[in-house]
Design a binder for this molecule. Sequence first.
Ligand code: GUN
Length: 293
Amino acid sequence: MQILDGKIVSQSVKEKIKEKTILFKSNGNKTPHLAAILVGTNGASETYVASKVKNCEEVGFKSSLIRFDENIEEAALIEAIEKLNRDEDVDGILVQLPLPKQINEEKIINLINPDKDVDGFHPMSIGKMVQGLPTFIPATPYGIILMLEHYKIETSGKHAVVIGRSNIVGRPISILLSRNAYPGNCTVTVCHSRTKNLKEICLQADIIVAALGIPEFLKADMVKENAVVVDVGITRVVDATKKSGFAIKGDVDFASVAPKCSYITPVPGGVGLMTIAALLMNTFTAAELKIKH
Ligand code: GUN
């Protein structure tokens, strides 16, 4: 069993971005600039956004964090996004999700200029991804792809089972794994809360992507020998033994599943770290203005 180490791979991706950024700037180009919008004080969102901002600095990008109160009206958020759309110095715009109830998430995502949509959530970006055209790929699935690529994991002709059908992870990774590309060319089964015989389907999988958000859901008796297991879960569970008061749990029961796998991602230290590296890649691409919609 080999660990798919998010720390090593994300570091290697970030080193490459750092070098490319130095070269980009020395060629007279501007500093890549990511603007992140955070609404409210959701603990997990605060942590993610802080990490995104810190990582921008590490690779030589500029970042702006724009914070709004939990009770912000939708019109004010719309105005802020329109301002960032117009701001020529801003290359990438990220609105941290989830948003409070009074705000229509879909409306907000649709408002982001697709040329700056580094989260890849805009329907234009998703449509292009489905067609296999150059675009921004959402950070988590993109991070998984970078991880599989780094470890040269064979995917062609394999049966990949994706558990979860969210717009952010399950749906896009299922599309990417079925593409005529590497990593890709998998036969993909997408499972979800209404799936019958989930265990039997998982037992047929060469690759399992667990992205359903239920801690330690995937057990050893659902995984065949030598499967590749990618754990996308990051649920905070109360843990009095931790200084922070909580522990991070994946969707995979790592202790029992890992011995059966050829490769497995740990939590923490797996896919989570890759998502930030992927976001930085998208931001650099946005700065290069390679993607024109
Ligand atoms: N919330 C959970 N994951 C993500 C993500 O990848 N991007 C944004 N903007 N919000 C999220």
